[in-house]
Design a protein around this ligand. Structure first.
Ligand code: FES
Ligand code: FES
Length: 158
């Protein structure tokens, strides 16, 4: 076991874990943050996506030791902000169906919009490809991303 210090949702945390334990399991099993979902465990589905230093990353593929000293943000933080443009857009477009993939979709979309405030359809497709939704909510996801892009240009979000 190793003590690993990092920032999680704007707070400093320390976990004692195996260095190669996937971040996904540290979040879910050790820290109780179950909004980040397990799908494939192989980096293929995207439902475990979190932000590490502002980048969308599949937490099932990240050994815990790799987040030492870094900033991790999960859906529990982003989703708790009802004024966040992505959250507002998701609710407005009623994106979720069963909801299982949606934390990964939202975290991926938020990272996309941070880097591309006005993404084209091609930007959206590139960023969101491989974040799988068995319910087929892809058209609503795309609409919500474009709406979030508009919302974050509004004076309230500047
Ligand atoms: S559970 Fe991580 S990509 Fe599928
Ligand atoms: S909303 Fe059901 S898997 Fe995406």
């Amino acid at each position: 076991m190793t003590a690993i210090d990092f920032e999680l949702n704007l707070k400093s945390v320390r976990v004692d874990t195996e260095p190669d334990m996937p971040l996904l399991w540290v979040l879910r099993d050790q820290l109780g943050l179950t909004g980040t979902k397990y799908g494939c465990g192989r980096g293929l589905c995207g439902c475990c996506t979190v932000h590490i230093d502002g980048e969308a990353v599949r937490s099932c593929m990240v050994p815990a030791q790799n987040v030492a000293g870094r900033r991790v943000v999960t859906i529990e933080h982003l989703g708790a902000d009802p004024t966040h443009p992505v959250v507002q857009a998701w609710l407005t477009q009623n994106v979720a169906q069963c909801g299982y993939c949606q934390s990964g979709q939202i975290m991926t979309a938020a990272a996309l919009l941070a880097h591309h405030p006005q993404p084209t359809d091609e930007d959206v497709d590139l960023a969101m490809t491989g974040v799988l939704c068995r319910c087929g909510t892809y058209p609503r996801i795309r609409s919500a991303i474009h709406l979030a892009a508009q919302l974050q240009q509004s004076p309230a979000h500047r």
